[in-house]
Design a protein around this ligand. Structure first.
Ligand SMILES: [Zn+2]
Length: 146
């Protein structure tokens, strides 16, 4: 949905509280494009906009309301976000990147049966696993590899 703020130029109804939005006051507008197929041959698709209007505060209120639903749904489905600083998050991301690189090289090394190189890679992966303990801990999947 496109959202923008503008001056209300004629009295309109607020989508949230159903009260009038007075002409000359700020309002939030939203436009949502919908597709509608016309049964004509060849079939064509008509696009038409749905337009919404809100009081500025009403738009914030309904946004926060729908955000609460969203948080409710996702709290149980996803594991909680790790409590890390941005800096720690970056370190963690880099460690995960290193792990993936080693895992990829491992697959290549397995094909060529290079045991020395494989041992070295496992060593490196153990090192990465140690370092990631400082920034949120090791992902569960990694344990199978070590
Ligand atoms: Zn309103």
């Amino acid at each position: 949905m496109d959202i923008w703020m503008t001056w209300c130029t004629r009295v309109s109804k607020c989508k949230h509280c159903s009260n009038d939005i007075v002409s000359g006051t700020p309002m939030v507008m939203g436009k949502l494009w919908r597709k509608h197929s016309t049964g004509v041959t060849p079939p064509s698709v008509m696009r038409f906009p749905l337009v919404f209007r809100w009081h500025p505060q009403c738009w914030v209120d309904q946004g926060i309301l729908s955000l609460k639903d969203y948080a409710e749904v996702h709290r149980d489905r996803h594991r909680p976000r790790l409590l890390l600083t941005d800096e720690q998050r970056l370190v963690r991301k880099r460690l995960i990147g290193r792990w993936r690189t080693y895992r990829f090289r491992m697959r290549v090394a397995m094909e060529s049966n290079d045991m020395d190189y494989l041992r070295k890679l496992v060593e490196n992966m153990r090192q990465v696993a140690l370092e990631i303990e400082q920034v949120g801990g090791m992902p569960k999947k990694w344990a199978e590899m070590l």
